[in-house]
Design a binder for this molecule. Structure first.
Ligand SMILES: Nc1ncnc2c1ncn2[C@@H]1O[C@H](COP(=O)(O)OP(=O)(O)OP(=O)(O)O)[C@@H](O)[C@H]1O
Ligand SMILES: Nc1ncnc2c1ncn2[C@@H]1O[C@H](COP(=O)(O)OP(=O)(O)OP(=O)(O)O)[C@@H](O)[C@H]1O
Ligand SMILES: [Mg+2]
Ligand SMILES: [Mg+2]
Lengths: 253, 253
């Protein structure tokens, strides 16, 4: 059972696109996968066709509803999602003085561990209370980064934050992979940033790089993962290859 | 004197790239421009070559230093910046119970109004206290959006937030422009999203669309605006054309 936070406080690096399409890739390889949408933008929810849900992650964290009651089915047999909504943003603001606010998510999803093989958590572009909750609930972090200069910055800062969470709230947490998105090997900048990441995090950057592919940007408007919207696209092949690499990584450890 | 917030809580839409290169385009047209970096990621600061500044926007908002003392020069004669740092993130968290926290920035920069023609504020990818401060301090908002489906969402939510800020804290605030970035007219999705934005915000979408151009992604690593890093690039031409359109917009109102 792996609980993986998909994170980077830098905006627009492909966290949601990765959370949805990697989850789908794992589900197609017979893994039972639950995706948690921890971003009030609710983009993972929309990307999987769940619009205006009545019960969301907010209800789970506030204890109003057990996690299993907030779990929605998707088009893929083995893929489930606990959606989010703008309300999660308001809930988060109210948590400021709540005792134990950083581990609400971890406690709320514990009962689900025995039912699934993977729990992936799509994080918002910030290091605030929802991301900290995701880092406390997870055992692993996949940092999603574009191969561009401004994204590099976020990787260093996030790795400092992971160390703090490890030391104070969740000793099992580790960065187990860095996923490069919107990558283009023909562009010098992309190769340069890839090289810098390899050097700073030896052995952590996944061999599978997600290439830029317009089908990945179209899929969210259809409410489908790429493997359903455009199964023969480069985007589908890349995320399926990444799912395969994620599974082989685990058997190695 | 125009105070413009460059905003969108959707991550990675090109807010920093626009704040820096539009500021530079205006400065090259003899406008005196001050760029405020309201994002703790401090990417606008780095993009203009200001690394690890001793005095930042946090010192200005907390009243430790007058705004003029936190103003740094850049390579361009008419362009100045008040930088940010990760400390701004910690300061923001402490503001939760501070009385009048939403208008600290507005009051701190008032003395600067008479010295400049433009103040542009680069916002973080969220609708939290720093973005609300920027919306209270500004008279206008430029929403920066990619012409992709997931970015559309952010535009609607931000326009709702602007209305609330208008009604409660800053009646002068209005959305005066929508800037499309990383746009490609040959891609159907780009044209579709452009059409949807035109329909929802008639007359507000700038005619100048910023095309995808790798030079824009390289410039931040050199600490220079695009007009200095690659003055003949498509990116420089597009941002200079946008600056011209912004100036003509004002004389129209
Ligand atoms: N490999 C890719 N090829 C083409 N477009 C992509 C790719 N990955 C993501 N995109 C597009 O880039 C934009 C940013 O991606 P996405 O929204 O997944 O990033 P994010 O990190 O989740 O953003 P946020 O920080 O707002 O949560 C989206 O419009 C998405 O459709
Ligand atoms: N027109 C463009 N062509 C090519 N690359 C671009 C363009 N505009 C921005 N970029 C690149 O896209 C990425 C996102 O842009 P940028 O960081 O400016 O967005 P942002 O909205 O400020 O992000 P955040 O939400 O994290 O503040 C950066 O790596 C930037 O260099
Ligand atoms: Mg996202
Ligand atoms: Mg930015």
């Amino acid at each position: 059972m792996r609980v993986i936070a998909i994170a980077n406080q830098k905006g627009g690096t492909g966290k949601t696109t990765t959370a949805v399409n990697l989850s789908a890739g794992l589900a197609l390889r017979k893994q039972k996968v639950l995706l948690l949408d921890a971003d009030p933008q609710a983009h993972s929810s929309k990307h999987l066709g769940v619009e205006n849900p009545e019960v969301t992650l907010e209800h789970v964290m506030s204890g109003k509803v057990p996690a299993v009651k907030a779990t929605y089915e998707t088009e893929l047999e083995n893929l489930f999602v606990i959606p989010s909504s703008l309300e999660l943003g308001n809930y988060e603001a109210r948590l400021v003085t709540e005792v134990g606010r950083e581990t609400l998510l971890r406690n709320a999803i514990k009962p689900l561990h025995k039912h699934v093989d993977f729990i992936l958590i799509d994080c918002p572009p910030s290091l605030d209370v929802m991301t900290i909750n995701a880092l406390s609930a997870a055992n692993e972090v996949f940092i999603v980064s574009q191969s561009e200069y401004l994204s590099l910055d976020g990787v260093r800062q996030l790795s400092d934050t992971v160390e703090i969470v490890q030391g104070r709230i969740n000793p099992t947490l580790k960065i187990s992979g860095i996923i490069l998105t919107m990558h283009n090997d023909r562009i010098v900048l992309s190769r340069e940033v890839f090289g810098l990441l390899e050097k700073s995090f030896p052995g952590k950057v996944f061999r599978t790089k997600i290439r830029r592919n317009i089908r990945l940007a179209e899929a969210p408007s259809r409410g489908q993962p790429i493997q359903r919207y455009a199964p023969n696209s480069r985007g589908a092949r890349d995320y399926n290859a990444l799912a395969k690499e994620v599974l082989s990584q685990w058997s190695r450890n």
